[in-house]
Design a protein around this ligand. Structure first.
Ligand code: ADP
Length: 398
């Protein structure tokens, strides 16, 4: 019986030539475009020889070589950067090229001989594909695992660097505070002494300079304190100290603290507490910090009208404090960024208000989160703004 093994062995080089050319022509096997002739051809001659022995009836089928070489081929293609579809296309081409090169020989065989040869070639190629994909997938997995552990290491290193730079910044900020406090303190003392001096009239320009130093010093100190507050929160160093408090009393105390600021601008401060909880468990100092920030913003950004505070009990052990003003309001675009650190709304004259750091609301949001609550904002430019904080009636210490 004609087995076509000799025909295949004789035409191995032609098959390889035509196949390499077909692979290079295939638009979808992009990886092959960067490979040399040898890189594409690789173990194909040995694989074809193994197929020939499988076709031959007289020789022992060379399944072992076929398996070994297919496994090697999979590894190589993974290293060369092939994707799975490209490998599948290469094998489809080898099937086509083998049958086209052997066409004349096959025509001379009987139907039984041809069917046998085609079946054996197909089976051999299917086996090659299966083995090749086995190692290809293993190699890719290995690569992914390496990449993953590399990324884990990089991530650890980045986290370490970020922490180190945050620590350094916090340290630097802390170090700046001492000389700055002394600058403010001495300029304060100097100003007081100068003002007691009977010849103060002659020193007015000097006084103004010192006052400027003092103002800028205070602003810098505020910026440092606020930045330190944010970095303490980010480092998870802010501790909760919950106590039982009466919300109405705490709000009243906070209103008293900002009253002079409001009356200086002839603004009305009102409080509605009819539906306020009697008692809640929360961190009173942090809550007072939140309220002072929101109230002083409301006063700062309002020229006429009323600042209204409403405290209410809510279902599901929640309660809320709402602070509304009749001020300049915030545009929908600015509302998107308002809680980001250092974000400040630019005024019409392209400037910022003095004493503005853009950190107040960023701190407020973090503190509200620390108290396990939420903050929301509704605002209309020219009409006013309303900040609402919703808190649990009992903060949990986890
Ligand atoms: P700062 O007030 O120090 O600039 P904030 O984080 O407290 O920083 O506020 C960020 C910006 O949000 C402010 O610059 C201001 O433009 C705007 N803003 C905050 N509160 C109000 C408010 N009640 N009404 C109008 N604008 C506000």
């Amino acid at each position: 019986m004609k087995d076509f093994s000799l025909a295949l062995l004789n035409k191995i080089e032609i098959i390889i030539e035509q196949w390499v050319e077909a692979v290079r022509q295939d638009e979808k096997i992009e990886t092959a475009k960067e490979l040399t002739y040898k890189g594409i051809r690789d173990s194909l001659p040995i694989l074809l020889q193994a197929i020939a022995t499988i076709l031959s009836e007289s020789e022992d089928s060379d399944i072992k070589t076929l398996v070994e070489k297919s496994l090697e081929h999979g590894k190589l293609r993974a290293k060369q950067g092939y994707d799975a579809e490209e490998i599948a296309r290469e094998y489809r081409l080898i099937r086509c090229v083998i049958f086209s090169v052997l066409e004349e020989d096959l025509e001379q065989g009987t139907t039984v001989e041809v069917i046998r040869a085609m079946r054996l070639i197909d089976t051999a190629i299917d086996e090659i594909i299966a083995r090749c994909f086995q190692t290809y997938t293993q190699e890719r997995l290995k690569e992914f695992e390496q990449l993953q552990s590399q990324m884990r290491l990089t991530n650890q290193e980045l986290t370490r660097l970020v922490r180190a730079s945050k620590d350094n910044l916090a340290h630097l900020a802390h170090e700046l505070k001492t000389p700055l406090t002394s600058i403010i303190g001495y300029s304060d003392l100097f100003l007081r002494q100068m003002k007691q001096n009977p010849n103060v009239e002659n020193n007015v320009p000097n006084l103004e300079h010192i006052e400027k130093v003092q103002r800028n010093g205070r602003q810098l100190l505020r910026l440092i304190n606020d930045s330190l507050e944010i970095s303490r929160y980010e480092a998870g160093q802010m501790q909760l100290h919950p106590t039982e408090i009466n919300p109405q009393t705490l709000i009243n105390q906070t209103l008293e603290m900002v009253e002079s600021l409001a009356s200086a601008k002839l603004l009305k401060l009102t409080l509605e507490c009819q539906n306020c909880p009697e008692q809640v468990i929360t961190d009173s100092l942090r809550l007072q910090q939140i309220l002072t920030n929101l109230l002083s913003n409301a006063i700062r950004y309002t020229e006429t009208g009323t600042i209204k505070v409403i405290c209410e009990s809510l279902p599901d052990n929640q309660w809320s404090i709402t602070i509304s003003d009749t001020g300049k309001g915030i545009t929908p675009e600015d509302q998107k960024h308002i809680f980001e650190p250092y974000f400040r709304v630019v005024s019409a004259d392209n400037s910022y208000l003095p004493n503005s750091t853009g950190l107040g609301l960023a701190i407020v949001r973090r503190l509200v989160k620390l108290l396990q609550g939420q903050i929301s904002l509704t605002s209309q430019p020219g009409i006013g703004s309303t900040f609402t904080i919703t808190l649990p009636t009992e903060v949990s210490l986890s």
